[in-house]
Design a protein around this ligand. Sequence first.
Ligand code: KIV
Ligand code: NA
Length: 275
Amino acid sequence: MKQTTDFSKMKESNEKIVMITAYDYPSAKLAEQSGVDMILVGDSLGMVVLGYESTVPVTMEDMIHHTKAVKRGAKNSFIVVDMPFLTYHLTIKDALVNAGRLIQETGANAVKLEGAEGVIEKISALTRAGIPVCGHLGLTPQSVGVLGGYKVQAKESSEARKLIADAKRVEEAGAFALVLECVPKQLANEVTKSVSIPVIGIGAGIDVDGQVLVFHDILGYGVERVPKFVKQYTSLNPLINESIESYTADVKNNLFPEDKHSFTMKEQELKALYG
Ligand code: KIV
Ligand code: NA
């Protein structure tokens, strides 16, 4: 299994880091089999697999439940788990207790926290307590209400300057990596050069140390519309629809099950049964 230090080495040697989300046993197993470098149990699970409008309703129990399943599917992968909305903002003690649960109860390797203001001190406290932390700047979906929607962040120079400073603070606080979401590619490149920790982009262009995408987005599985920054490698939705429609038609038309799907009783047992 890769360690946090392997990811810094990958940055140094210009080897791209591949991260993908997973939310359950099969997605985790397939991600690990496909050779990704790390798995994120994102709180995007609230939208992708629980059907919420945002990540805000996701609870500690949701994250623990799903991360346990991911761990069972990907025993040899480095797993990062998102701390849900408002579970690291109240006090440092709160952040420690919640991060501790996420790590201890699930077997995940690290936690991810969104933002900088009021969060930097939590990153230091968790790191000092021995919990590896991944930062998350740019578009931070847990703040969608404040940001006014899911849109590109830090397009203006003053916001860009602030973001670069925040990335440095996240690094100084001890984070081992930083997710940078939905920012102009030039800014992402600047951030990547400004910090020594790996920067993993999503909607942040190519000049970063790695990429992360949502499992269901790249496979076109369940999701309807995907953001501009997603590359869809296949579209499972129509395949799944066609398969379930065929199954439905087969059952309605007495075409399923066939003999090969059925079990039989021996002739003599049948006689004994009916006399
Ligand atoms: O929850 C999530 O999937 C994430 C990634 C988009 C970075 O935080
Ligand atoms: Na997230």
